[in-house]
Design a protein around this ligand. Structure first.
Ligand SMILES: Nc1ncnc2c1ncn2[C@@H]1O[C@H](COP(=O)(O)OP(=O)(O)OP(=O)(O)O)[C@@H](O)[C@H]1O
Ligand SMILES: [Mg+2]
Length: 221
């Protein structure tokens, strides 16, 4: 796979509408992210980090501009193709985790593999390996409301990584608290070695297109 520009934004605008009010969350953003890099997007609360991540994750579409992910221009895809694209390529750890409240730990982590029609034996192996990796063994049958905040976050991480997506999007992970605050939103690439050492789970080194985007900061203080 081409190692450059796993994510490319060209003059992307995104407005949200609250009744009559238009909130211009992103105003003409252009940037690219190379594969095999960990990239942080840092900015204060309300600066547009989650908005940006939702566009990369193809769960929202831009008001204007062009977005290319994994070489695919995602703005021009139909809704069906877009869902397919998300299921295959994107692991998204949401700011509020978005776990399915009626599904237990095992079922939440299994879900993305069912979406891509993975084989039953492979599902069983991958889900239990992932549960081990994030330290949730013994909690398989618990539903999210029976877990602590940190445990829920680990389910969300496991659910995002279990299908080995080419792009992992992580919105505000706790262990990145030490990064300096700054005004506005910007993108900064960091050496993957630094970041890997901070993760308490292993990311598959064989993947040649591993990218993690971490969103950080902007806590509502
Ligand atoms: N669904 C929405 N409807 C209306 N306005 C929205 C919506 N989502 C976000 N916004 C607005 O867009 C701006 C950017 O919000 P966003 O959630 O992207 O910020 P953020 O940088 O992720 O903040 P935080 O660090 O607090 O999570 C804010 O002014 C917010 O109020
Ligand atoms: Mg946010």
């Amino acid at each position: 796979m081409k190692r450059e520009e796993i994510v490319a934004f060209h003059n992307v605008h995104k407005s949200h509408h609250l009744g009559e009010v238009e909130i211009k969350a992103l105003r003409g953003i252009s940037f690219s992210v190379k594969s095999e890099k960990f990239t942080f997007i840092v900015g204060k609360s309300g600066s547009g980090k989650s908005t940006l991540l939702n566009l990369i994750g193809a769960i929202d579409s831009p008001t204007y501009g062009e977005i290319t992910i994994n070489g695919i221009k995602i703005n021009s895809l139909s809704d069906d193709k877009l869902s397919d694209f998300r299921a295959k390529h994107i692991g998204h750890i949401f700011q509020n985790f978005n776990l399915m409240p009626v599904l237990n730990v095992y079922e939440n982590i299994e879900y993305p593999l069912l979406m891509i029609n993975e084989k039953k034996e492979i599902i069983i192996k991958k889900v239990s390996d992932m549960i081990d990796a994030v330290g949730l063994k013994g909690l398989e049958k618990h539903i999210p409301s029976e877990l602590s905040g940190g445990q829920r976050q680990r389910v969300a991480i496991a659910r995002a990584l279990v299908k080995e997506p080419s792009l992992v999007l992580a919105d505000e992970l706790d262990f990145l608290d030490e990064i300096d605050k700054d005004e506005g939103t910007f993108v900064e690439e960091k050496s993957s070695v630094d970041i890997r050492s901070k993760l308490n789970f292993q990311i598959n080194d064989d993947q040649d297109d591993d990218v993690i985007l971490f969103l950080h900061l902007g806590k509502h203080e």
